[in-house]
Design a protein around this ligand. Sequence first.
Ligand code: ATP
Ligand code: SKM
Ligand code: MG
Length: 166
Amino acid sequence: MVLVGPPGSGKSTVGAVLAERLGTTLRDTDTDIEQGAGRAIPDIFVEDGEAHFRALEAAAVRAALSGHDGVVSLGGGAVLDAGTRALLAPLPVVFLQVALPDAIRRVGLDSARPLLAVNPRQQWRALMEARLPLYEEVASTVIDTEGLTPEEVAQAIVDAMELTAA
Ligand SMILES: Nc1ncnc2c1ncn2[C@@H]1O[C@H](COP(=O)(O)OP(=O)(O)OP(=O)(O)O)[C@@H](O)[C@H]1O
Ligand SMILES: O=C(O)C1=C[C@@H](O)[C@@H](O)[C@H](O)C1
Ligand SMILES: [Mg+2]
């Protein structure tokens, strides 16, 4: 199962809870990229630029989707890549939906997220405007996380997947 959504939707946090609940493991492509590059994501953005990061990300997503059976959490912008969207098309993909106030409460002004580092509200809104159709395109299930704890979101995913399978 694959989790997608904007920064602050809880992909990494919920992914860990969900993996534990399903008795499997989480693979987070942001972590894979950092381990592979030996650098933190903000450093990759600063030193090599976003295009280079996106190329690393597309490769990391491809490796994670073909090499991992458990839960895979993608970076917030992974769906920008058309090849990634094609790989996601046949898979169970959960879009974690979050509105601006909750997202900003969760991630705020955060130097670990280079695309939100200057004006987080405006930048987050712009990201969402560009990406909402892409999250919707790849999603087989949409979960509104507003007002839910990560544990409640994980449970909602389990419930929704059972409903889908029934
Ligand atoms: N449902 C939730 N309720 C409250 N706080 C949450 C929830 N989900 C995540 N958080 C908190 O929000 C912050 C961001 O969560 P997380 O890192 O999981 O987001 P993400 O979607 O992986 O973001 P990114 O796209 O930047 O990787 C963390 O501090 C986490 O504890
Ligand atoms: O939304 C984005 O474009 C990003 C989200 C994070 O998961 C990281 O992949 C990186 O900070 C870029
Ligand atoms: Mg994350």
